[in-house]
Design a protein around this ligand. Structure first.
Ligand code: ZN
Length: 442
């Protein structure tokens, strides 16, 4: 794959497949591990590529080395805007664990290897080539077609889409958006489904401050050990299971697979259990809030009994669920005691309707691409940049980048892990989908 898209203006002899594979590989070669990010490397590369294809671009940066790129094909103003969202940063990689150099962008046996191949430089390339190729064809949408390659998704330290939505809302405002999050092809009740994420749980961690009384560790009884007291509370949190609650996305997914809506959440759990243990593990967090104690600090000295133990707890709420409601449930399992509970963050927990023109565009594309398959909605247990768009502009935001050729479970395992790679077939498929979506919204 020796085609250098950026240096050589494209001719008809370069297929879209080669173009997108080359761009994905070039992006992987730019080290944008976050922290520190250095996403300007990717933003400038995409800038050069898109401008060469007649697409107007702007770089928006809070600090020079962490630029976001926003490009657009302006619309005639008679229709809704569609934003293709992506992020250019990646998580780190330890070359010792890899079979290849994680930043070589090697293409072998139909797969593009490297950090970010799946999450999400393959997708970034597909979105960029979708916009560039439509621009070359003279595509003129009714509403702006916007390409956003944001910085800082993996850490979320306010250099990326959150910052753009707040500081440059006119550059990124859109009625509809497509992003990462889902697109996996799974079999349900013998029929293939492509999952589209329409909702995300809320990231809502809290700190538990357990109090005690310090003292010399050689005479334990004179003190009141906050660490020991915290251990009991941690154990209770570890056993916490929310009362299962049926959410519209889970209900719709169940109905798509089974043909009728579930009667209650337990029926969904039962059905998932019958499919396999993995299905159960995936479905369970979608039926209730989850609580995972992950960090603890107490005394700084071995011989001092701590008067305070701080336990940080990862907690995810269902969309629409409030922290007050969650706190009641958490205090219910902890019982009374010498502790304070403080919420430290609240991000996400948004949803978009599972209907409308963008939903139809996805469903239509799935029907055309694989007639026996269908699209089904899913709520994500984690969260993506889509929630910034929903929060800021009420955007109908979906996560959908189809993955048909690569095994779904393998792909899930490779994200943020060693030997991350994506099939060129899937990048090409994603590119076709994004081109279809842009045209369908017209
Ligand atoms: Zn990602």
């Amino acid at each position: 794959m020796a085609v250098r898209v950026r240096d050589a203006p494209l001719s008809a002899t370069v297929s879209l497949r080669d173009e997108v594979a080359t761009l994905a590989s070039e992006l992987i070669r730019l080290d944008t591990v976050n922290p520190p990010g250095n996403e300007t490397l990717a933003a400038e590369h995409l800038h050069g590529y898109l401008e060469a294809n007649g697409v107007a671009c702007g770089l928006y940066a809070k600090v020079p080395e962490r630029a976001n790129l926003v490009a657009r094909i302006p619309g005639t103003g008679d229709g809704p805007r569609l934003a293709l969202l992506s992020h250019t940063d990646t998580v780190l990689a330890d070359p010792a664990e890899w079979e290849v150099d994680p930043w070589a962008g090697e293409i072998r046996e139909g797969e593009i290897w490297g950090r970010g191949a799946l999450d999400m430089k393959g997708h970034v390339a597909a979105a960029a080539v979708a916009v560039a190729s439509l621009s070359r064809e003279g595509f003129r949408p009714k509403g702006d077609l916007i390409f956003i390659a944001a910085a800082d998704e993996e850490v979320g330290a306010d250099f990326g889409l959150a910052w753009l939505c707040r500081e440059h809302p006119d550059a990124v405002r859109a009625e509809y958006s497509l992003n990462e999050g889902a697109g996996d092809r799974i079999d349900l009740a013998g029929r293939p489904f492509y999952l589209a994420s329409t909702a995300e749980k809320m990231n809502s961690p809290f700190v538990l401050r357990v109090g005690g009384r310090s003292g010399h560790a050689s005479m334990p009884s004179i003190a009141d050990n906050a660490l020991v007291k915290a251990a009991k509370l941690i154990e209770r949190l570890g056993e916490f299971k929310a009362e299962p609650r049926l959410e519209p996305e889970v209900s719709a997914l169940f109905e798509a697979a089974v043909g009728a809506p579930p009667e209650d959440a337990n029926q969904v759990l039962e059905a998932a259990r019958l499919v396999d243990p993995i299905a159960l593990e995936l479905v369970e967090p979608l039926l209730g809030m989850t609580v995972s104690p992950t960090m603890a600090t107490a005394s700084q000295k071995r011989n001092v009994v701590p008067a305070l133990c701080e336990v940080t707890v990862d907690c995810r709420l269902l969309p629409g669920q409030t922290q007050a409601e969650a706190e009641e449930a958490i205090r219910g399992v902890l019982g009374d005691g010498d502790y304070e509970l403080e919420w430290i963050e609240a991000h996400g927990g948004t949803r978009s309707p599972m209907a409308g023109p963008l939903w139809d565009a996805i469903a239509e594309w799935v029907a055309e691409t694989e007639p026996e398959a269908a699209v089904a909605p899913i709520c994500l247990a984690g969260f993506t940049d889509s929630h910034w768009m929903r929060d800021a502009f009420g955007t109908v935001a979906y996560g959908f980048f189809p993955l048909r050729y690569m095994d779904t479970q393998l792909a899930t395992r490779l994200v943020h892990s060693a030997n991350e790679r994506i099939r060129v077939d899937d990048v090409e498929l994603g590119l076709e989908f994004l081109r279809h979506a842009a045209r369908a919204m017209n």
